[in-house]
Design a protein around this ligand. Structure first.
Ligand code: ADP
Ligand code: MG
Length: 365
């Protein structure tokens, strides 16, 4: 097909924080993420030679890939380039014509912090690639392509929450996602509510191996109980199984949290966040002393509730508080945590933002 190399486009895709519902997505359960006001931006122009060339302002290297998807992610030296190769490959499998692009990536999402810079990169690149080839996929298909890209790039059997949230995020809303049907229900955040995020400053070293191990434990337990996934298990069936107890109780908490949000009941939401942390710490065993300390610091500083968010073993904690006091709470908690742990946390206060979109040239950064 003929392309216009002068046609420059910009796409942005947001990161996300999961308000509640961790280690539930791969058990076909429920999650309640919020798209956040940090994003990956991709500026691109079509190329006529069938080459996808990507550079990043946040990482070294020039990535050159065949636009027909024939460059395998594992053949790319730069780890970050494997995500790009994954996206080019999974879009080619879905029929994207092999149009090349010149793309420059830059992100305000801290990389590797648990705020989903990887999904934002995949989604922004996927939109740029589709646009250059005048190729369209429904939102869910695009999310599935990006999820598959992440899986081939990393070898980690990740769920679909990150990619779906980056695409479907909604201003001032959280998204209740049913990971079995993939149905998305936007849930409005009460007007006075702020979502607080503190990054622990510790890397998620064990996360990939522990994630695969936990996932396998859940699948084995489901098989033992004769259910297709732990989504189908009852509290009685998992009463003596800590891993299953976490998943079954966490699913119930997500649904209750969505109801609490709709009712504007922030106290109940906060209590559910606290219970979720306890369950992730004691039953699922994915917390760390740093995450526990940060959760405690947020609560002491006045957050209505707080919990580790994401896969665990480092990364971020999330809390909720009234907007009027949110900034003060994260600053106080960050200061206390820094003094006691020696790790300097990064603090953010958000409401939900819209999902990935084209940015008009005049609004581009
Ligand atoms: P998270 O998604 O929570 O930030 P991951 O470990 O899943 O953490 O993904 C982080 C990886 O994604 C980075 O190490 C890098 O390889 C890639 N990545 C994300 N954003 C960018 C970017 N802007 N430029 C280059 N690589 C990126
Ligand atoms: Mg990621």
């Amino acid at each position: 097909m003929s392309v216009n190399p002068q046609r420059e486009t910009w796409f942005r895709a947001p990161g996300r924080v999961n308000l509640i519902g961790d280690h539930t997505d791969y058990n076909e359960g429920f999650v309640l993420p919020v798209a956040i006001d940090l994003a990956c931006t991709v500026r691109s122009r079509p190329r006529e030679d069938g080459v996808v060339r990507v550079t990043s302002q946040d990482a070294e290297g020039v990535i050159e890939l065949a636009a027909d998807g024939s460059t395998l992610p594992r053949a790319v030296d730069e780890v970050w380039g494997r995500y790009a190769a994954g996206v080019v490959g999974t879009l080619a499998e879905r029929g994207r014509p092999p149009v090349g692009i010149d793309a420059v990536v830059s992100s305000t999402i801290p990389l590797g912090a648990g705020l989903s810079s990887s999904a934002a990169l995949e989604v922004a690149l996927a939109l740029a690639l589709c646009d250059a080839a005048e190729f369209e996929l429904p939102q869910l298909e695009l999310a599935l392509a990006c999820q598959a890209a992440e899986q081939v790039a990393t070898g980690v059997p990740c769920g679909i929450m990150d990619q779906l949230t980056s695409l479907a995020g909604k201003h001032n809303h959280a998204l209740l996602i049913d990971c079995q049907s993939l149905e998305i229900t936007p849930i409005r955040l009460p007007p006075g509510l702020a979502v607080l995020i503190l990054h622990s400053g510790t890397s998620r070293a064990l996360v990939d191996s522990a994630y695969a191990e936990r996932r396998e434990a859940c699948e084995s337990l489901a098989a033992l109980l004769g259910v297709t996934s732990l989504r189908e298990a009852t509290p009685e069936q998992v009463a003596d199984e800590p891993r299953g107890r976490h998943v079954v109780s966490e699913n119930a908490r997500v649904l209750e949290a969505a109801r609490a949000l709709e009712a504007g009941d922030v106290d109940t939401l906060g209590a559910l966040l606290n219970e979720s942390h306890q369950s992730l710490r004691d039953d699922f065993e994915v917390s760390t002393p740093e995450l526990d300390a940060l959760v405690e610091a947020l609560r002491e500083a006045g957050a209505v509730g707080a919990r580790l968010t994401g896969a665990g073993f480092g990364g971020c904690v999330v809390g909720v508080a009234d907007r009027s006091v949110a900034e003060r709470i994260v600053e106080t908690a960050a200061g206390r945590y820094w003094a006691s742990s020696g790790h300097q946390p990064r603090a953010y206060v958000f409401r939900g933002v819209d999902g990935a979109e084209r940015i008009p040239a005049q609004a581009a950064p």
